[in-house]
Design a protein. Structure first.
Length: 173
């Protein structure tokens, strides 16, 4: 295995929940091979408290997590991304900036837990559900032998992860 660290950017509209969870998860499950980043097209400016709660309960890193604009990663001097994944349907349909380095991109749609209206228990369940789906997708991703695959094989695999990750989360695989 190469000693290379792959930069992964997770995009969402508000950058307050799903992309934040994904950033923490890739840092955890990537075990130093992957560095997570997250951003939003219209960042809310704050991480949703339930995102922090889920991560803290599972002993994942929360320090340094913040809601930020995707413009931070499109400007000169920003880390060059190897992978850019959209995690919400709205941002997947937006015109994204041109990312330096020609990263592999994919859409890993996950329902927005921050949009759930209802009881506190229902809101917490929505965050846990989003966490489980993202965790399954990220575990599949970090298990790929990226340094042994060509770009087209990597692209096919990352595109397929949404279906496989959702099936794993639902206990169907």
């Amino acid at each position: 295995m190469s000693g290379r660290i792959y930069n992964v950017l997770f995009l969402c509209t508000g950058n307050s929940a799903r992309s934040i969870l994904a950033e923490a998860l890739i840092d955890h499950w990537g075990k130093g091979r992957f560095k997570g980043h997250s951003a939003g097209s219209f960042p809310r400016g704050a991480v949703h408290p339930l995102a922090f709660e889920v991560l803290e309960k599972l002993h994942l890193r929360t320090s340094g997590l913040r809601s930020k604009s995707w413009n931070e990663f499109a400007r000169p001097g920003a880390p060059v991304m190897d992978f850019v994944f959209t995690v919400c349907d709205q941002v997947a349909g937006e015109v994204c900036p041109v990312w330096p380095g020609n990263p592999v991109t994919a859409h890993w749609g996950v329902p927005d837990p921050a949009a759930v209206q209802g009881t506190e228990a229902e809101q917490r369940r929505a965050f846990r559900d989003a966490y489980v789906v993202l965790e399954n997708q990220i575990k599949l991703f970090v298990a790929l032998p990226i340094d042994k695959l060509d770009r087209m094989a990597i692209k096919r695999n990352v595109d397929d992860i949404t279906r496989r990750g959702a099936a794993s989360a639902l206990g169907l695989s």
